[in-house]
Design a protein around this ligand. Structure first.
Ligand code: 13P
Ligand code: 13P
Ligand code: MG
Ligand code: MG
Length: 365
């Protein structure tokens, strides 16, 4: 059974936090190509969104396999060396440890992995986002797997009619809960509407138990205990034949929802769907961006990517995102464009407020 692993990290931005320098992409590809030649990987690609490199790998090692995680870690270390030579911005930013500990989780990079029985045809979309956080996937995942106004198959496909199980992680308390939908939709929404803390990790088809979607839930700043960069997330969605159709998986991106993580990890803004060759945040280091890479997986081979969100049918979503950008930016340092205080705790703001603590005096009475 093949496993698809997508592991991402920011190991140096070009320029600032905008993009990845081509030399870094080349170094990463060399490392993965060697692992493919050695037989560890079936197939591999190096992709990026903004300043984040995504290693897309297929293999037979299963999820959470040490050799795969070590390969990703060693690859990011090798790329960091190039980033340091070129003095890329924040070289090694997401690598929070010096020594590999057996699993890349908790070490900075984000990972999403799914082991699956390859079907007669296996269409998969990998979404990569920059300048946001893992909870950014909550709303689109809800629409794809729980909302019949988005996903016609929930109503008219007998294989989807029973619904899906949604696994939610509490990233603050390190706990998980599974909701059976549609029966528990309202319970699910209690939590996933608070996307900074409650993050959808996995969606399973209810009847078969097969994984339909999986996300990276790694929260860089919670791991580091300080502001490092944003935990720019990845999402894998399997499509068709009893799972949502490709078009149903793309439909949520027609409305750019507001996400946290823009500029200094401290602002909210619209998540703008982008063509893959235009995935480079610019204005105010943004707005936050998402790309959709479509693949047909054939015996573990990655046939693709097709640029799914580059299509003309998302032009109006881009327009709307840019209009929303003008509107949100007009608020400057005021909430809700600036994040609420709980979320600012994980930025550099506490260093400023500490300096002003002595200025406060008690009010009389
Ligand atoms: P620095 O300029 O201090 O890195 O902070 C701004 C920034 O880009 C945050 O990641
Ligand atoms: P990244 O997390 O993408 O490095 O962005 C950092 C940032 O704060 C940009 O303003
Ligand atoms: Mg960066
Ligand atoms: Mg980034």
């Amino acid at each position: 059974m093949p496993t698809l692993s997508v592991i991402k990290a920011d190991v140096g931005g070009y320029v600032g936090h905008a993009d990845v320098h081509p030399d870094l992409m080349v170094r990463a590809a060399e490392s993965l190509d060697k692992a493919k030649a050695d037989g560890l990987l079936i197939d591999c690609q190096v992709q990026h969104v903004g300043d984040d490199i995504a290693l897309v790998m297929t293999h037979e090692q299963g999820e959470d396999a040490e050799p795969i995680h070590k390969l990703a870690w060693d690859t990011f270390l090798a790329v960091t060396k190039v980033a340091r030579e070129l003095k890329m911005y924040g070289a090694g930013q997401d690598l929070l440890s010096d020594a590999f500990s057996g699993n890349i989780k908790g070490m900075g990079p984000g990972s999403a992995e799914v082991e699956f029985e390859e079907r007669t045809s296996e269409p998969v979309i990998i979404f990569l986002a920059d300048k946001t956080e893992p909870g950014a996937w909550n709303l689109p995942l809800y629409k794809i797997f729980c909302d019949p106004f988005n996903t016609a198959g929930l109503v008219i496909d007998p294989k989807m009619h029973a619904g899906f199980e949604v696994e939610v992680h509490d990233v603050m308390e390190n706990k998980r809960v599974v909701f059976s939908c549609p029966e528990e939709l309202y319970d699910l929404l209690v939590f996933i509407g608070a996307q900074t803390r409650y993050v959808i990790k996995r969606v399973r088809q209810k009847d078969s138990g097969v994984t339909a979607a999986v996300t990276s839930t790694d929260r860089l700043n919670l791991i580091a205990g300080r502001y490092v960069g944003k935990d720019d997330p990845v999402l894998i969605v399997r499509c068709q034949s009893g799972l949502p159709a490709v078009g149903e998986v793309l439909e949520p991106w027609a409305n750019p929802h507001l996400v946290f993580g823009w500029m200094r990890g401290s602002h909210s803004g619209p998540l703008m769907p982008c063509p893959m060759d235009n995935a480079t945040p610019a204005r105010f280091d943004g707005p936050p961006r998402v790309v959709g890479m479509g693949y047909q997986i054939a015996n573990g081979r990655l046939i693709g990517p097709r640029d799914m969100l580059g299509d003309i049918s998302f032009d109006r979503a881009r327009e709307k995102a840019l209009e929303t950008t003008d509107y949100m930016r007009s608020m400057g340092p005021f909430e809700p464009h600036r994040l609420p205080p709980e979320d600012m705790e994980y930025t550099t703001l506490p260093l400023v407020t500490e300096r002003l603590e002595g200025r406060f005096e008690d009010l009389p009475g």
